[in-house]
Ligand binder design. Structure first.
Ligand code: MP5
Length: 220
C-alpha cells in the first residue's frame, strides 16, 4: 500500500465526514442558502489568497524537480481568485474588507507554520491533503448538481482534468518523498496528514454554521 493510500485509510472516519458534510450535500442538491454559500466564498477567497505565500514558502525547500510544478500553480491560484471575484460580482457577494474566521485563521497559520518550520516532505503532505480534500469534496458535489447552478463554476474548477492531474502528481510525489523519509519524518508526515484532514472538515463546518470567533460572533 502506498503512503497516500495508507494515510487515507487511517483518516477515513474524518474523510467520510468531509464527504458527507451537509454543506456539500446542500450545494449538490441546490438547497444551500445563498448566505451560507457566500460565507464559504468569502472565507475561501482569503484561504486561496494565503495559499499563494504557502506555495511560495515551499519553493526554497523544494527539490529542483518540483520547482517548476510549484511555480506553475501560482498563476492558477491567481485565476482562481478571479473566479471568486467574477462569481461574487454575478451574485452580489461582497469580497471587500474580509476577515478570517477563527477556523480559517488557524488553518492558514497552520499552513504557513508547516511551510516555514517543517521539512519539505511534511509541508508537501499538507499541500497534498488540502488539494485531495477539495478534489474529493467537489467531485461529491458534481454527482447530482444542476449544471446550470450559479455555483457550478466552482465545481468545474476543482474537478477539472487539469486539477485531477495535479492531485495525481502530488500523490505520486508524496509517495516518493515518504519512501525516502526516515521513521521520524514519516511520523511527522502522518501527523500533518491527519491535522490537515481535520482542518478541512472544520472548514466545511465553519462555512455551514457561519461560526466566527468564539464569543465574538459580531466580529466576523
Ligand atoms: C482548498 C481550498 C484547495 N481552496 N480551500 C480549502 C479550505 N481547502 C483546500 O486549494 P486550492 O489552492 O484552491 O486548490
Amino acid at each position: 500500500m502506498s503512503f497516500c493510500e495508507e494515510q487515507l485509510a487511517r483518516v477515513r472516519p474524518v474523510w467520510e465526514r468531509i464527504l458527507d458534510h451537509r454543506f456539500l450535500k446542500e450545494t449538490r442538491d441546490g438547497t444551500i442558502a445563498d448566505q451560507t454559500f457566500a460565507t464559504w466564498m468569502r472565507q475561501d477567497y482569503l484561504f486561496v489568497e494565503a495559499a499563494i505565500p504557502f506555495i511560495a514558502a515551499l519553493m526554497p525547500k523544494a527539490p529542483t524537480a518540483h520547482r517548476r510544478a510549484l511555480g506553475e500553480v501560482l498563476p492558477v491560484l491567481e485565476r482562481e481568485l478571479e473566479l471568486f471575484r467574477e462569481r461574487a460580482a454575478a451574485t452580489g457577494v461582497e469580497l471587500e474588507d474580509l476577515k478570517p474566521s477563527f477556523v480559517n485563521h488557524a488553518y492558514v497559520q497552520f499552513l504557513l507554520a508547516s511551510a516555514f518550520t517543517r521539512s519539505y516532505a511534511e509541508a508537501f503532505t499538507v499541500l497534498y491533503v488540502l488539494e485531495k480534500a477539495y478534489y474529493d469534496s467537489w467531485m461529491a458535489v458534481r454527482e447530482g448538481i444542476d449544471r446550470g447552478s450559479t455555483w457550478y463554476p466552482f465545481v468545474e474548477n476543482w474537478t477539472s482534468d487539469a486539477f485531477k492531474a495535479w492531485v495525481e502528481f502530488l500523490a505520486a510525489n508524496l509517495d516518493a518523498l515518504a519512501a525516502d523519509a526516515g521513521v521520524t519524518e514519516r511520523e511527522g508526515m502522518a501527523e500533518l496528514f491527519e491535522l490537515t484532514a481535520k482542518y478541512e472538515l472544520a472548514f466545511w463546518e465553519m462555512a455551514a454554521t457561519g461560526a466566527g470567533w468564539p464569543c465574538l460572533e459580531e466580529e466576523t
